[in-house]
Design a protein around this ligand. Structure first.
Ligand SMILES: [Zn+2]
Length: 184
């Protein structure tokens, strides 16, 4: 899937759709062969932060991992025809100033192996972004979304809502979600 950098991302429902947010959801690093992209500079610190975010995202937001994966079409189809198939199913949401950026975790590979240089405003947003999935991160995301709750739920929230729904459904049928004697 190709999106030009800083264009509106409307890929899927929920947090992937621009209409789910109160501010523009801007695509970053959705590169595809044969579209060209900006290059230059060494961005070790940026890559390191994005790696930390990707690792945290798998733990904090597992329900938003794609069912399919993004593959690097520049490796598969590019000039050098590298047969290596780099892929990931993680995406990252980065709070900006009255915008939210969405980048595939494959951006780390694009930066490291293809010399991709994302827009400076995105780099600045990543460098000031709190620890991914932390309460400060959730606050920053909500602030970027003009103070409204973002359509992105932490694993604990998703689990709690699922449990609540299950208990409600079982209560309707006169059943209990937890075995008797557990104190629940
Ligand atoms: Zn590649």
């Amino acid at each position: 899937m190709y999106f030009e950098d800083l264009s509106l991302c409307d890929y899927h429902s929920g947090p992937y759709a621009s209409c789910s947010w109160s501010v523009p959801l801007l695509a970053i690093g959705w590169l595809e062969h044969p579209h060209s992209f900006s290059k230059g500079g060494t961005l070790h610190e940026l890559s390191q932060r994005l790696e930390e975010f990707t690792y945290a995202s798998r733990k904090c937001y597992p329900s938003y991992c794609f069912r399919g994966v993004h593959q690097c079409s520049h490796c598969l189809l590019g000039e050098r025809g590298n047969p290596r198939s780099v892929q990931t199913h993680v995406n990252l949401w980065i709070p900006g100033e009255r915008v939210v950026y969405i980048a595939p975790a494959l951006i780390i590979h694009y930066i490291g192996d293809h010399g991709y240089h994302p827009p400076d405003e995105f780099i600045a947003a990543v460098m000031r972004c709190p620890e991914y999935g932390s309460s400060s991160y959730c606050d920053a995301l909500q602030a970027a979304n003009v103070g409204l709750p973002p359509p992105l739920k932490l694993k604990d929230q998703v689990d709690a809502e699922f449990k609540e729904q299950l208990e409600r459904a079982l209560a309707l049928r006169g059943m209990r979600a937890t075995p008797p004697g557990t104190g629940a």
